[in-house]
Design a binder for this molecule. Structure first.
Ligand SMILES: Nc1nc2c(ncn2[C@@H]2O[C@H](COP(=O)(O)OP(=O)(O)OP(=O)(O)O)[C@@H](O)[C@H]2O)c(=O)[nH]1
Ligand SMILES: [Mg+2]
Ligand SMILES: [Zn+2]
Length: 306
């Protein structure tokens, strides 16, 4: 039998089959892994093969992890050499961002995008809490919409308070497995609740004192939103580390730079200071947004300090 892992609680994994049956599975003995140093051998989204263990208690033994189409990893905080697989086999990533309570920086968004580009995962940016925004901020949002849509990303403005954009948000999830990510308090769980009638995920006020979320969600969990629609709610993240990426690779994950790379004079151009650099020229004549280039430089400079 096979199924999809929807949640992991310590040594037990919740498994959902195509027929809609649920099982509690665990690993027995060693399992073959594909040479990845990870803290968690099995992640939400993994397709696993299993044998029944105890029919009355619906417990099973996981015998195999089926090959992953893709996965998103994060650096583990405790064991730095190890990575934590956030989720696997996803169709799209959805970055939940906010201008207020809490504030999501463009640097954070661009780092998320570099990461999802490197995993070749289509990504949508959802600016939530539209109800808190003043006119000036709504203008900023429209500029961001234009920028990110021109780069090939989805872009939505939503409010869980007024319902603005929620139908579009639901439509963007339809028929896909979506990974929600973003800062704590941005509204990932609230949006999940709105997308899935009857789902009552725990949500918590953003602390007025620090304007930060409180890490209400502690584990990634996949929820079924429809026949073939799944939403993976995840714990909020503070920052995005660039995993296993060469410095020269970073510009490949900026779609607006990718097309220019073979036009630079030097094949090993870092697009930081070189003469006759097609990227720097594009920044100067406004074809590449300054915010994007600044965030690119930040990521490259980080490597120089390693
Ligand atoms: N004003 C306003 N508040 C919102 C909106 N969406 C969510 N909230 C509130 O923001 C707070 C945080 O929401 P959560 O859904 O818990 O945030 P989260 O992203 O899941 O946070 P973590 O689980 O900690 O990562 C809650 O008090 C929500 O009610 C919105 O559109 N407008
Ligand atoms: Mg949450
Ligand atoms: Zn260059």
């Amino acid at each position: 039998m096979t199924g999809t892992v929807t949640k992991s609680t310590g040594s037990w994994y919740h498994i959902l089959t195509a027929e809609g049956d649920t099982f509690l599975g665990r690993l027995r003995g060693k399992i073959r892994l594909q040479g990845l140093k990870v803290t968690n051998p099995i992640a939400v989204g993994d397709k696993v093969a299993f044998d029944l263990e105890n029919e009355d208690e619906n417990t099973v033994t996981i015998t195999e992890i089926l090959p992953r189409d893709n996965y998103v990893v994060r650096k583990s905080t405790r064991k730095t050499a190890h990575a934590h697989i956030v989720a696997s086999n996803i169709d799209q990533a959805v970055i939940i961002a906010t201008l207020r309570m809490p504030r999501t920086s463009l640097g954070f968004i661009d780092r998320c995008l570099v990461t999802t580009e490197s995993f070749r995962i289509p990504t949508t940016i959802v600016f939530n809490k539209a109800d808190l925004l003043k006119e000036k901020e709504l203008e900023i949002i429209e500029d961001l919409r234009e920028l990110y849509i021109s780069l090939g990303y989805g872009f939505l403005l939503t409010s869980c308070e007024t319902g603005q954009g929620i139908e579009e948000f639901k439509a963007s999830l339809e028929g896909k497995i979506s990974l929600l990510t973003g800062h704590s308090g941005a509204g990932k769980s609230t949006l999940s609740n709105q997308a899935i009638p009857g789902l009552e995920l725990h949500t918590k006020d953003v602390s007025k004192w620090s304007k930060k979320g409180q890490h209400t969600t502690t584990h990634a969990e996949m929820h079924r939103a429809g026949e073939s629609t799944f939403v993976i709610d995840t714990p909020g993240i503070k920052e995005v580390g660039l995993m296993d990426m060469e410095k020269a690779e970073i510009s490949h994950y900026f779609p607006e730079m990718r097309d220019l790379l073979n036009q630079c004079k030097f094949a090993n151009c870092t697009h930081m200071h070189e003469p006759q650099c097609a990227v720097i020229e594009a920044v100067e004549n406004g074809e590449i947004a300054l915010s994007r280039y600044t965030n690119y430089m930040g990521m490259v400079e980080e490597y120089d300090f390693k």
